[in-house]
Design a protein around this ligand. Structure first.
Ligand SMILES: Cc1cc2nc3c(=O)[nH]c(=O)nc-3n(C[C@H](O)[C@H](O)[C@H](O)COP(=O)(O)OP(=O)(O)OC[C@H]3O[C@@H](n4cnc5c(N)ncnc54)[C@H](O)[C@@H]3O)c2cc1C
Length: 456
C-alpha cells in the first residue's frame, strides 16, 4: 500500500491548487484523475476555457453577416481547432505543474473509497491502493442526461462537452434547456451562423433573474434570430436519416410539435459526481441532490475527509472551487478565519452576447425580504462607450437599500459586464455606499463609467 500525507481525488481547480500547496510545504501528495483528457479539470478542458474561447470566436463570426453558410462553417471549423489548441496546451501545463513536482504522484484512474483512509485507483491496467489520514474529494459535476426517449446513443444528440468536438457547424441546432449553459451555447451558435431554437420547460426564461433583465436578455437574443419555445416538454428525439426530429408538447395546451435539427444539445443541468466514490464506506454523506454535505470549513461528515468544488453542491463556478482551496489552506496552515459562510454575495457572469453579470439580490428578492429599496436602471443605449462599440442592446439595474445607502444587488446585461461586475462586487464587499460608485472617477469612454450614471 502506498502511503501519503494527503490524497486528492479529482484534478479540479481546488484540488490541484491544494496539491501544489501541500507539495510546497513538503507533504507527500497523491492526486487521482480518472481521465488523461481531464488534467486540470472541467474548467480548462470542457468548461470555462473552451466555451469562452468559442464565445470569442463567435463574436468575430457575428461580423460575417454577408458570408455564405459554407464560409461560416469553415470559420467555425477553425474556431474548434483554436479551442483545441488552447485547451490541450493548458492540460499539458496543468499536468506537468504537478507531475513534475517531486512531492506529487499523479495517478490516472478512477478513485473510490475502500475504507475511510484507503482509496483504490483503477487504472487502465491495474488496481492500486493508496492510504492517508487526510483525503480531499474534488470530483466535480457531470451533465444530467434527461430520460427522453431516443437520446441515448443518438449520434445527433450532444452534451456541452461533445458539441465542442463537433467540427461541422449545424445549420439547425435545437437546445433542450434555457438555463445559463443553454443560453451561452444558443448565443454562441447563433453568432457562428446556426439557426437556434431553445426549448424551455418553464413559462419564463431564466426565472431566477430579475424580470426586467430577463426580458432584455430574451429580446436581445431573439434579435440574433434565436427562437424560444416556452412550456416545452420534450418527449423524444428521433434519428431520421441524417437529421434529428425533436418531438415536444406545450405543457399548457398539450399541443404536440415536431422540430427538425442537425444537432440537439442537452443543457438540462449538472449533478455532483459521486457515483464511483463508494462514499458510504468512508462515512461521507450526501444530501437529497447527491451533493456531499460539508461544514463551513469543508469537512464532510467524516472530519478527515473534505470536499471542494462542484461535488459539494451550491454555486458551480471555478472561482468557488478556488476559494474552497483558500478555506482549507487557512484552516490547516493559517488563522482559520476563512469560511464558506463569509463568502456571500458572490458575483457571476453568463457569457451570452452581450454578457449578463449579477451580484446580490434582484428587485423581487429584495422586496420579498421587505427591504425598503431604491431601484436604478440605465439602458445600455445611454452609455457612450456602448455607442463607440456599436453595441447598444441591454440594461443595467441596481437595487439599493434606502435606509442604509448600501447596494444590495446589481445586474448588468451589457458589453464588458463580466468585468464591470467585479467593481460593483468590490464596492459591496468593502461596505461602500452607492454614492461611492456614483461619484467615482472612471476613465472615459469605458463601460465602468456607466456606474456613475446608474447610481446617480
Ligand atoms: C460548459 C461549461 C461552461 C462553464 N463556464 C464557466 C465559466 O465561464 N466560469 C466559471 O467560473 N465556471 C464555469 N463552469 C463551471 C466550472 O467549470 C466548474 O464549476 C469547475 O470546473 C468545477 O471545478 P471542480 O474543482 O469542482 O472540479 P472539476 O474541474 O470538475 O474536476 C473534477 C475532476 O474529477 C475527475 N473525477 C471525477 N470522478 C472521479 C473519480 N472517481 N476518480 C478520479 N477522478 C474523478 C473528473 O474527470 C474531473 O477532471 C462551466 C462549466 C461548464 C460545464
Amino acid at each position: 500500500m502506498n502511503a501519503f500525507d494527503v490524497i486528492i481525488i479529482g484534478f479540479g481547480k481546488g484540488g490541484k491548487t491544494l496539491a501544489a500547496e501541500f507539495a510546497k510545504r513538503g507533504r507527500k501528495v497523491a492526486i487521482v484523475e480518472r481521465s488523461d483528457k481531464m488534467y486540470g479539470g472541467t474548467c480548462i478542458n470542457i468548461g470555462c476555457i473552451p466555451t469562452k474561447t468559442l464565445v470569442h470566436q463567435a463574436k468575430i463570426a457575428s461580423g460575417m453577416e454577408d458570408s455564405t453558410f459554407e464560409e461560416r462553417s469553415a470559420f467555425y471549423r477553425n474556431a474548434i481547432a483554436v479551442k483545441e489548441s488552447v485547451t490541450s496546451a493548458l492540460r499539458g501545463k496543468n499536468y506537468h505543474n504537478l507531475a513534475d513536482h517531486p512531492n506529487v504522484t499523479v495517478y490516472t484512474g478512477v478513485g473510490s473509497f475502500v475504507s475511510a483512509d484507503v482509496v483504490s485507483v483503477r487504472t487502465s491496467t491495474e488496481e492500486i491502493w493508496l492510504t492517508s489520514k487526510q483525503i480531499i474529494i474534488n470530483t466535480g459535476a457531470e451533465t444530467i442526461i434527461p430520460p427522453i426517449e431516443g437520446v441515448a446513443d443518438n449520434s445527433l444528440v450532444y452534451t456541452s462537452t461533445s458539441i465542442m468536438e463537433l467540427t461541422d457547424l449545424p445549420r439547425r441546432l435545437v437546445i433542450v434547456g434555457g438555463g445559463y449553459i443553454g443560453l451561452e451555447f444558443a448565443s454562441m451558435y447563433a453568432s457562428f451562423g446556426s439557426q437556434v431554437t431553445v426549448l424551455e420547460s418553464y413559462p419564463e426564461l431564466i426565472a431566477r433573474e430579475d424580470r426586467d433583465i430577463a426580458a432584455s436578455v430574451k429580446e436581445t437574443l431573439e434579435k440574433k434570430g434565436i427562437v424560444f419555445r416556452m412550456n416545452a416538454k420534450v418527449q423524444s428525439v428521433k434519428h431520421v436519416e441524417n437529421r434529428a426530429v425533436v418531438v415536444f408538447s406545450d405543457s399548457q395546451t398539450d399541443e404536440v410539435f415536431e422540430l427538425e435539427a442537425d444537432a440537439v444539445l442537452l443543457a438540462t443541468g449538472r449533478r455532483p459526481n459521486t457515483k464511483d466514490l463508494n462514499l458510504k464506506v468512508a462515512g461521507v454523506e450526501t444530501d437529497a441532490r447527491g451533493a456531499i454535505i460539508v461544514d463551513e470549513y469543508l469537512k464532510t461528515t467524516n472530519p478527515n475527509i473534505r470536499a471542494v468544488g462542484d461535488v459539494k453542491g451550491g454555486l458551480q463556478f471555478t472561482y468557488i472551487s478556488l476559494d474552497d482551496y483558500r478555506i482549507i489552506r487557512e484552516d490547516l496552515f493559517g488563522d482559520k478565519e476563512r469560511k464558506t459562510s463569509d463568502r456571500n454575495p458572490v458575483a457571476y457572469s453568463v457569457f451570452i452576447d452581450p454578457p449578463l453579470a449579477r451580484i446580490g439580490l434582484n428587485e423581487d428578492e429584495a422586496r420579498k425580504q421587505n427591504l425598503d429599496v431604491i431601484i436604478k436602471k440605465l439602458p445600455v443605449m445611454a452609455i457612450p462607450r456602448a455607442k463607440t462599440l456599436g453595441e447598444t442592446d441591454g440594461l443595467l439595474k441596481a437595487v439599493i437599500d434606502k435606509n442604509t445607502g448600501k447596494i444590495v444587488g446589481c445586474m448588468l446585461f451589457a458589453p464588458d459586464a463580466s468585468e464591470v461586475i467585479n467593481i460593483v462586487a468590490m464596492a459591496m464587499k468593502t461596505g461602500q455606499d452607492y454614492t461611492f460608485l456614483r461619484d467615482f472617477i472612471f476613465t472615459h469612454p469605458s463601460m465602468s463609467e456607466a456606474l456613475n450614471d446608474l447610481f446617480s
